[in-house]
Structure formats: structure tokens, C-alpha cells
Design a protein around this ligand. Structure first.
Ligand SMILES: Nc1ncnc2c1ncn2[C@@H]1O[C@H](COP(=O)(O)OP(=O)(O)OP(=O)(O)O)[C@@H](O)[C@H]1O
Ligand SMILES: [Mg+2]
Length: 912
């Protein structure tokens, strides 16, 4: 806040009259355009058919029926047709559709039909998976749905409105609401009164700097037509969040009429680390796929010159390279784990890809107050400047708390204020504290300033006001008129108490002549204060935190604490949690300020505790950790955590977090966060490991096959497999791969973070794809030797049957062997993937023997010798795979990198 920021005076805002309902005006639905017209509060209230005392219950009910629910746009889940359409936008689907078009043009209608079936099945399965996941989360949405403080009257005769909490969805135009720090602006509103209000409008404007909002005084000219809508000081919009201060406002537009809803229709959400990883892998494949048909044609032209006759085959090779089921398996893996978390642990994953990021997370930053502690502070003692108990200190602290609450009209008091008010009410020695003073102005607590200030009339002294300031010890002491040694002594006393785990607030006062009418108090008046004393409070540790954090560290997730509190208090908390902050130095905000981003990246990795952080510091530390290549999670609950939560790879919060935090978090815990943290991380890792093993298997096998077929075109005067055969075996393989969504993993696989690394995956796919192609070449050699005797068509049918069988057998083998390394494998009964592999192998062996075989152009008439040779090729391939997996896994482990084959750490999607 700038030094000259005004401390708002009481009584600012519209006069408490008017509000005569104007039914005619109320009848026209308030549209977004009405915002601009509605600058003067009184006019707006009249046009909305309401008054400063809000609507009656009956009016609100009638309007709710008329305007509908005030649902934020992200609640509107897309319909099934829209989901299906979205599936078509996927790059693989797009390529497949192109290939289908080419097939149709060259008259290969069968191929086109098979591709159409593949695309439809994939889109349907994917949309179904998403729908299921959305439904399960929607069921829990009520659990985290926000409420808002609204002023309503029982009936028109009722003069005084009652302030009560209603679900955000029940808000209607004309409602008068109150907002405080951490609240999400639930609709488009016009301010009636505001005190130190600062809002963050990034979701609407992308502007990261918070903006002050206020009611322009009657003397101030109305903003001119050029002032952009979002910059108008008297308007706040749905989707913005209150960073500091408070206000009373009238609702102008709700639901689909808000600016956010209007903008939402045109915006695409940003990509997460996971999406970037998958995207990179996908585009590399697409490039290769697009290259395949021309490559096949060119190769053929060079060798045998069959021309367009071979085009259907070339298209088929490209199709066989496509992992059609990739989007399906990806969605299914994530959805299945998210649904299980919602059902079993009441954990809501609001953004599916966040589950992968959670599994990749290798450092978790935690807020202290309210997350690691209960945030139910109790006043322990209040002492004067000399360190002896002094009731006067508690009295001033209570006066500050009461008047900041009253004048700033914050809907809910913060925990420290509540504790002070409770203590003052219970202690006879401060009796009467709430009647002696009358408040004049106030600035509510702001985590960046770490202060709250109230101005009250001084009893018995007309024309004199008393400024009462309370806040963090350092922030208050630096504003007090004290000699340096004295200030230092007070700081030291505070540090000693903080070491005992006490939370501290300093209190100071100053008498000032009342300013002339029209002049306001400014933050510059908070200088030269008289130090009154300290209030010490106790807060208890969340009982299940130590155990949960230990479990997390055992799983390779580093834990760091980022707090706005005193370093001493925070250090004590860390020790009680079993985190040793002394190992790495404690970084305080002033030290963080002294470091540039690069230095901070190093320092942030070493430190465990970061104290006296403002919201900005918390976000900087998180960003620095990410820049250092760490996948960073943030768990917090307060307004001061919002920026950090947004800066993290994955943001987590408890259910009772402030509304803005809940709306920004990727994962919301429905019950105690620490009770479910371990399982949530494990679910994330399970997703990551499943996805990585699916990608390894599907891509290396497809790549190997495509490579082998391209080479075969060069070597043989006939096609190594007919298009229909390729497509059919592709279909079988795809179906088998769907089981990856249900894959099980041994505990060893889940012991370390499991990020998807596109670079590693592509390298793996290249190595194992070439190995796979080599096995296919060996198969070709055996088959070529076998069919040498059989002439023409019959020989080809034999060749085709042989390769069909061998190919499905190798794919089955790849499914089992490339999934996970030995000790990471699930022990016990074979899982769904193993069963699918068996089924695939059996299909490969038996299908050519059924009537379908000859219908597809396959005649299995291999000699026993050929069978023996093929078995040998298969055995050799299996052995080579096993050796390569072991070798590759060890190399990866040595390089501290992993794609689920080995333990590793690092950021998903950010390495080259
Ligand atoms: N209502 C209040 N009035 C005056 N000072 C306050 C108030 N609430 C907090 N403070 C002071 O400001 C400091 C910073 O508060 P902030 O809310 O940023 O973090 P915190 O609650 O201490 O810790 P955490 O970041 O772990 O939640 C507190 O440690 C306290 O000294
Ligand atoms: Mg907190």
C-alpha cells in the first residue's frame, strides 16, 4: 500500500436513505452494459429495485427464479456432443481423419471404415471417462461451494437487515453483500462502501498487480468514458479476489450475465506441466506419422516402383504408428485415480492433469498458521513495555480489533482478532473496554503491511483522536518513537518468547488532533507511535501433521515451511514437527529481498524455513524452486497463500481455506488434509507410473512396427502385411492397452516422485523401437526362408499369417516386460495388464487358424521347423528386452532421472 493511502473515514458511501424499489426498472434484466450506466450508488440501487438494506427474502426468492442460479462459468460442464467434438481436435484424431480421407480418395474404403471406427471408439471412450470424473467431482462440489455474507430482511416491514451466509449460487441482482480479505467476488458488484479494499483481477485481465477499489467521493469527477471497465474503481467483478480490506456492495449481475462468464466463452485454459509433456511427445509422433506415407512411397519407388498401388499400405503404416488410445488411456488413468480419491478420501481433484503433477512433486511448501497449526489462538499474556503484565495492552488490542472489524465491516473476524476479543470479554480487569471509545476510521489487517490500524475518539478530549496500531512486532516497533537500544531490547524479548512457540502481536498508540473535514488519515500518520506492549498467543499444532510429513519425506518429497510469522515462532513449530530448520539457514523476507532470482533458486533449495513472508515472498520462493527444476506443490489456506498457490505446479488447500484459495487450488481436501496427504500423493504417482509405462509400451511397439514395415517395403516385392491385417492387429493391441488404466504397481514404484519426461520417453521409444524392429526383421528372415518354396499368393498368405502371429506375441511380451522394472512390479496374482497380454498372445496364435484367417488373407501352414525358428526369435527378443530394460534402468537411476523405471526427481515437462 502506498505511504499516502487514505484511512477511510466512517460514513463514507451513500447516505442511508433512498432505495425506493422501482418495479419497472427492476423488471429489465441487468445486463453487462448496465455496469457502465450504474456509477452512482443511489441510481444503481434504484434501478435494481433494491436499497442499502438489501432485498427481502421473498424478493430474493422471486429473483432467483427469474435470473437463475449464480453459477460460475467453470461449473458448466460441457455436454457430451461438445466433449466428442473436443476429442476430434486432438492431434492424433486429426491425423487419423486425414488418413481416412486419403484412403477414401484412393478407393481404399475398408481402411477408411476401420479408421472411422477407431476414431469413434476413442472419442466415445474418452468423453465417457471425462464425464465420469466430472460427475464424481460434481457430487463433492457442494462440499467446497462458497458462501457469501448477504444483507437480507425477513419482510418489507422489517427495517433492520440481517447479515447471513448464503450459498454463492443463491445470490441475485440487487442483493447487498459484504466482502472481506480472502473472499472471491461472487458476482459483478458496485461498491457502496469500501475500506482499504484491494482486489486481484488476474483471472479477468491477466494483470498480476492488485488494484485498489474505492467509492469515489461526491467531489470527485466520475471516471470518464475512457477508463476501461475493469479499471473503474467502484466496480468489482466475479472471479476477482479480495486481497485486503473490505466492502459493502450491491450485486449488478450474476451467472451468465457477468463479465467473467462473457470472457469465459472465449478463453482456453493454460497448459499444465503434464499437458506440455504429453503434447511434446504427441507432436513428435505426429511429425513422424506424417512423414511415413511419403517415405514408404519414395522407398517403394526407388526399389520396385509399384506407385499409388502401395498408398493404402503406406497409410496403414502411419495408422499403425498412431497411439489412437493415448487420449483415452490418459484420461482413464487420471479419472480413475481422481474418482477413487473423491470416493475414499473426499479429496477433490479440480483439474485432472494436476494429479500427475502431484505424483511428480518433489518438494511441498506449507503455510504454517492454519495449515500446520489449528489457527485457534488463545491469548496467553499481555505485557507492557517493561515486560510485566499490563491489562492496558489487551484493552488497546481489543479496541483495535473491535473497530477494525466494525468499521471495515469484514464479514468474518480473523483468528487473532477473535482471540483478542474473546480474552478481553472474559477478563474483568479490562471491563468496559468496548464502551469507552467510538471508532472513526480503520484499515484492516493486510499481510503485506502486517498491521491493522483503528482510529478512535479520545474520551473526554474533544477534537483529539487516538490511533491504535497492532501488528507484527517488527512492523510496529519500526513505527514507534523509540531509542535504538530500547527497540533492540524489545525485539530480543519478542524473539525469546517466539522461541517458546508463542505468537506475538505488538500494540502501539498515538494521539492526534482530529483532521479538518474532508481530510483523511494516511498511512503516514502511523509514525512516531508510543509502544504499548505485547500480546502473546498460543496456537496448537495440527495433531496429524508430524506423522504425515515424516511419511512424505520418506517418499522423497522435501518439506518446506513458508510463513508470515516470526522466525522464532516458526522455528519452534518446525522443531515440533521434526523438521530441522537449523540444518539449512532460516530465510527471512529481508534476506529474500537481497537475493536475485538466480541466487534465490539456490538458497531456496537449501533452506527449510522461510519466515516473515508476505504473499509476494511466498510466491517468489515457489517460483525460485520451480526455476531450479523442482516440481513444487504448495499447501495453504489463507489470503497470504494465494499468490504462491497459483505459482506452484500444484496447489493444495483444506476445505475451510478462504474462498479465493479454494477456487485457485488444484486439489481440495474435503477432510483433514494431513490424514489424506499420503494417499493423495500416492494416487498421483500411480497415475504418473501408469501413464509412463503405457507410453513406453505403446509408442516403442508402434514405432518398431512402423520401422519394420518401411524396411520390408524395400526388401520384398510384396506387402509384408495387408492393410486390413495391420489395422486388425492394431485394434487388438489398442484394446489390450486400455487395461493400463487399471494397472497395479508394487510399492517400490511409488516410493519416489514419478514425473513424465518427454525427452526420456522419446529416447526410450527410439532405443526399444529399434530393438523391436530388429526382432521383426529376424522374423522376416525366417518367414522369407520358409515361403521361398511356396509361390505367389499362397506364399504371401503364409508370410502374412506368420508375421501376424509373431507380431501379436512380441506386443504381448512388450506389454509385460516394458511396463516396469522387476522390483517395481506388483507382486501377487497377475493384474489386468498381464491378462490382456495373455489374451493378445492367444489371439495372435489362434486367429489365423479360425475361418477369419483365410478371410483376411492368412494361411497358417508353417512347418514345425519354422515354428521352432520363430519361437527362437521370440525367445531371443525376450532375453534382449530383459537385458536392455535392466541396463537402461540402471543407467537412468545413475543419472538420477526416471520415467518410472527408476527413481528420479525433477520437473515434469520442463527439461529439454
Ligand atoms: N489481525 C491482525 N492484526 C494485526 N496483526 C496481525 C493480524 N493477523 C496477523 N498479524 C501479524 O502479521 C503477521 C503476518 O500474518 P500473516 O497472516 O501474513 O501470516 P501468519 O498467519 O503469521 O502465518 P502463515 O503465513 O503461516 O499463515 C502475523 O505473524 C502477525 O504478527
Ligand atoms: Mg495461514
Amino acid at each position: 500500500m502506498p505511504e499516502t493511502a487514505p484511512l477511510c473515514r466512517d460514513g463514507e458511501g451513500p447516505p442511508g436513505t433512498g432505495g425506493v424499489p422501482d418495479p419497472a426498472a427492476a423488471a429489465d434484466r441487468p445486463q453487462a452494459g448496465a455496469h457502465l450506466a450504474a456509477r452512482a450508488p443511489l441510481t444503481a440501487l434504484r434501478r435494481l429495485g433494491t436499497g442499502p438494506r438489501g432485498l427481502t427474502e421473498a424478493e430474493a426468492e422471486e429473483r432467483l427464479a427469474r435470473y437463475g442460479e449464480n453459477a460460475p462459468p467453470e461449473w458448466h460442464t460441457p455436454s457430451l456432443p461438445r466433449r466428442l467434438l473436443r476429442g476430434v481436435r486432438d492431434p492424433f484424431t486429426a491425423v487419423l481423419l486425414c488418413l481416412a480421407a486419403v484412403s477414401t480418395v484412393v478407393g481404399s474404403l475398408g481402411t477408411a471404415a476401420v479408421i472411422a471406427v477407431l476414431v469413434s471408439v476413442s472419442c466415445l471412450l474418452r468423453a465417457g471417462g471425462e464425464l465420469r470424473a466430472d460427475r464424481s467431482v460434481a457430487g463433492l462440489r457442494a462440499l467446497v461451494a462458497g458462501t457469501v455474507t448477504v444483507l437480507r430482511r425477513a419482510d418489507a416491514a422489517d427495517r433492520e437487515p440481517e447479515s447471513r451466509e448464503v450459498p454463492v449460487g443463491d445470490l441475485v441482482p440487487g442483493d447487498v453483500i459484504r466482502l472481506g480479505p480472502g473472499d472471491l467476488v461472487p458476482a459483478d458488484v458496485l461498491l457502496l462502501r469500501a475500506t482499504g479494499l484491494v482486489v486481484h483481477q488476474a483471472p479477468l485481465t491477466g494483470e498480476s498487480q492488485p488494484l485498489a477499489k474505492y467509492v469515489a467521493g461526491p467531489a470527485e469527477p466520475p471516471p470518464d468514458g475512457d477508463t476501461r471497465l475493469f479499471e473503474q474503481p467502484q466496480l468489482c467483478f466475479q472471479g476477482s479476489s479480495v486481497v485486503a480490506g473490505s466492502c459493502t456492495a450491491v450485486v449488478l449481475a450474476t451467472g451468465a450475465d457477468t463479465r467473467l462468464a462473457a470472457g469465459h466463452r472465449h478463453r482456453r485454459p493454460a497448459r499444465s506441466g503434464y499437458e506440455r509433456s504429453v503434447h511434446r511427445v504427441a507432436w513428435n509422433l505426429v511429425r513422424f506419422m506424417l512423414l511415413t506415407p511419403p517415405l514408404a512411397l519414395a522407398a517403394d519407388a526407388a526399389v520396385s516402383g509399384r506407385g499409388v498401388e502401395i498408398l493404402p499400405f503406406a497409410v496403414t503404416v502411419a495408422v499403425s504408428l498412431t497411439p489412437e488410445m493415448l487420449p483415452v488411456v490418459m484420461t482413464a488413468v487420471l479419472a480413475r485415480n481422481a474418482v477413487a480419491l473423491a470416493r475414499d478420501r473426499r479429496v477433490i481433484v479440480r483439474r485432472l492433469p494436476a494429479l500427475h503433477d502431484l505424483g511428480a512433486m518433489d518438494v511441498l511448501c506449507l503455510d504454517k498458521t492454519g495449515t500446520l497449526t489449528e489457527d485457534r489462538p488463545v491469548v496467553d499474556r499481555a505485557v507492557g513495555p517493561d515486560g510485566t503484565p499490563d491489562a492496558e495492552v489487551l484493552r488497546w488490542a481489543a479496541v483495535n480489533a473491535l473497530w477494525t472489524l466494525q468499521l471495515a465491516e469484514t464479514p468474518v473476524p480473523d483468528a487473532l482478532d477473535e482471540a483478542i476479543l474473546r480474552a478481553a470479554a472474559a477478563r474483568p480487569e479490562v471491563a468496559g473496554w468496548d464502551e469507552e471509545h467510538e471508532g472513526v476510521a480503520a484499515v484492516p489487517f493486510d499481510p503485506a503491511r502486517r498491521l491493522s490500524t483503528a482510529v478512535v475518539r479520545t474520551p473526554g478530549r474533544l477534537g483529539t483522536h487516538t490511533l491504535v496500531v497492532k501488528g507484527a512486532v517488527e512492523a510496529v516497533l519500526e513505527r514507534c518513537a523509540l531509542e535504538e537500544p530500547e527497540r533492540e531490547a524489545l525485539r530480543e524479548r519478542a524473539a525469546r518468547w517466539a522461541d517458546d512457540g508463542l505468537r506475538l502481536l505488538a500494540v502501539a498508540t498515538a494521539e492526534r488532533p482530529a483532521p479538518a473535514p474532508g481530510k483523511n488519515y494516511g498511512t503516514a500518520d502511523e509514525r512516531g507511535l508510543t509502544f504499548a506492549g505485547l500480546v502473546a498467543l498460543r496456537d496448537t499444532l495440527t495433531t496429524d501433521a508430524p506423522e504425515a510429513l515424516r511419511a512424505l519425506r520418506d517418499k522423497g518429497v522435501e518439506v518446506k515451511v513458508l510463513t508470515g510469522d516470526h522466525p522464532g515462532t516458526a522455528e519452534r513449530t518446525c522443531r515440533e514437527l521434526g523438521l530441522d530448520p537449523a540444518g539449512g539457514a532460516v530465510l527471512t523476507a529481508d534476506r529474500i529481498d537481497a537475493l536475485d532470482d538466480r541466487q534465490l533458486a539456490g538458497a531456496a533449495q537449501r533452506a527449510t524455513l522461510f519466515a516473515r513472508c508476505t504473499p509476494h515472498h511466498k510466491a517468489r520462493v515457489v517460483a525460485a524452486l520451480r526455476a531450479a527444476g523442482r516440481t513444487t506443490g504448495f499447501l495453504g489456506d489463507g489470503v497470504n497463500d494465494l499468490a504462491a498457490l497459483r505459482a506452484a505446479d500444484v496447489g493444495l488447500c483444506p476445505r475451510d481455506a478462504v474462498a479465493t484459495v479454494r477456487e485457485s487450488a488444484d486439489v481440495v481436501f474435503g477432510e483433514r488434509p494431513f490424514a489424506a496427504l499420503d494417499e493423495t500423493v500416492t494416487a498421483g504417482r500411480r497415475s504418473g507410473v501408469s501413464l509412463a509405462s503405457y507410453l513406453r509400451v505403446a509408442l516403442s511397439s508402434n514405432f518398431g512396427n512402423a520401422l519394420a514395415m518401411l524396411v520390408a517395403v524395400l526388401l520384398f516385392p510384396f506387402m509384408p502385411m495387408l492393410p486390413a491385417q495391420v489395422l486388425l492387429q492394431n485394434l487388438f493391441f489398442d484394446a489390450a492397452q486400455l487395461t493400463f488404466a487399471f494397472d497395479r504397481h508394487g510399492p517400490a514404484a511409488l516410493r519416489a516422485p514419478a514425473p513424465l519426461r518427454p525427452g526420456e520417453i522419446l529416447r526410450f521409444v527410439t532405443v526399444f523401437g529399434v530393438l523391436n524392429a530388429a526382432a521383426d526383421m529376424a522374423t522376416f528372415a525366417v518367414l522369407a526362408a520358409t515361403v521361398r518354396g511356396a509361390a505367389g499368393e499362397a506364399g504371401q498368405a503364409l508370410f502374412h499369417a506368420g508375421w501376424f502371429t509373431e507380431n501379436l506375441l512380441t506386443q504381448a511380451m512388450v506389454m509385460v516386460l516394458l511396463r516396469t522394472r522387476g522390483r517395481h512390479r506388483h507382486r501377487g496374482r497377475p493384474g489386468p495388464v498381464a491378462w490382456a497380454a495373455v489374451l493378445l498372445a492367444v489371439t495372435g496364435l489362434l486367429l489365423p487358424l479360425t475361418p477369419l484367417g483365410p478371410a483376411l488373407g492368412m494361411v497358417p501352414a508353417l512347418t514345425p521347423v519354422s515354428y521352432a525358428l520363430l519361437a527362437a526369435v521370440l525367445g531371443l527378443y525376450g532375453a534382449a528386452l530383459a537385458v536392455a530394460v535392466r541396463h537402461y534402468g540402471r543407467r537412468l537411476a545413475a543419472g538420477r532421472a526416471g520415467i518410472g523405471l527408476a527413481a528420479g526427481r525433477g520437473a515434469a515437462g520442463r527439461q529439454p
